[in-house]
Design a binder for this molecule. Sequence first.
Ligand code: HEC
Ligand code: HEC
Length: 278
Amino acid sequence: MRTVFGFALALLMSAASGETPVERGAYLVNSVMVCHNCHTPRGPQGLDLSRALSGGQTFDEPAFKVTGSNITPDKDTGIGNWSDAELKRFLVSGNRPNGTKVAPIMPTEFYTVLTARDLDALVAYLRSVPPVRHETPAAEYKIALKPEAPTYAGKQASEQELTDKLARGRYLLTIAHCLECHTPEGASAVHDFAAASGKGGRTFKGPWGESVSANITADPAVGIGGWSDDEIKRAITQGIARDGLKLKPPMAYAAYATMTAQDLDAIVAFLRTLPPRN
Ligand code: HEC
Ligand code: HEC
């Protein structure tokens, strides 16, 4: 009965917004889930969208050296030969059709919450983008990687629960993998989700020099507990800190700027509930 109700509601919601699976998938890939940030090549002017999703940044870490894969439908260098079922299984498990496991920089552990509708939408959109032929360097795995259990992840969400504002905010914050960057890593590159979720303190090096992720918990002194909703929204969508200074990459401010007002409200409302850490 509940399942039938949830299904009917999901149909109603997509009917109400008039959104097709491809449109929903475009919104997820381009706005909320910021796939381009890691999967689209960068030129001097920023992302090179003429070769969108054909392979991106290289991450050279103690545990692995990997490059954002070509996820266009090109059959030789992209994922054109993966079936829909293989792609969905990969997105929530990190297991490729050939049996290898992806490095955890690809946030599949966060994607375990994806609803059935959003998984279908992601597949529909990824199938619809132009295939681009572009070979990315092979991955190097240096140590065995431990599975991680990010805060709020691990269980598939239902469309029905996303009608609640806080639950929707939690879902969006999870698939946007905010806590991947905003939680410090301990030994062997494992995040300290249990004790320090949202506390910040990870260092990111790149063409921008160095940036350190901020404390985004509700702590009033070192977190964002004392910020207004508008200040938080400005930081997320324009990359402007409370004191007016420009925030550095790799946070994908421009992509988050294209989220709907309703989704941004939900994320900010949920951020306010992150247990303070200092
Ligand atoms: C934080 C960076 C990051 C984000 C965000 C990200 N990915 Fe990835 N993804 C990677 C990296 C890096 C790899 C390759 C890792 C490896 O080789 O072990 C990868 C691998 C993949 C693969 C496997 C392809 C293959 O040929 O093995 C798919 C499919 C994929 N990502 C899809 C997506 C989609 C869809 C999104 C957005 C919903 C996304 N990724 C968001 C970094 C990211
Ligand atoms: C790829 C890594 C990454 C992701 C993903 C990410 N952030 Fe950030 N974020 C950062 C870094 C690094 C900074 C600090 C930049 C600086 O100080 O120049 C930052 C800064 C912020 C700030 C400003 C806080 C302050 O004290 O100045 C807020 C708020 C924020 N992030 C919220 C979020 C939310 C919400 C999400 C998910 C929707 C998110 N971030 C996703 C890396 C990330």
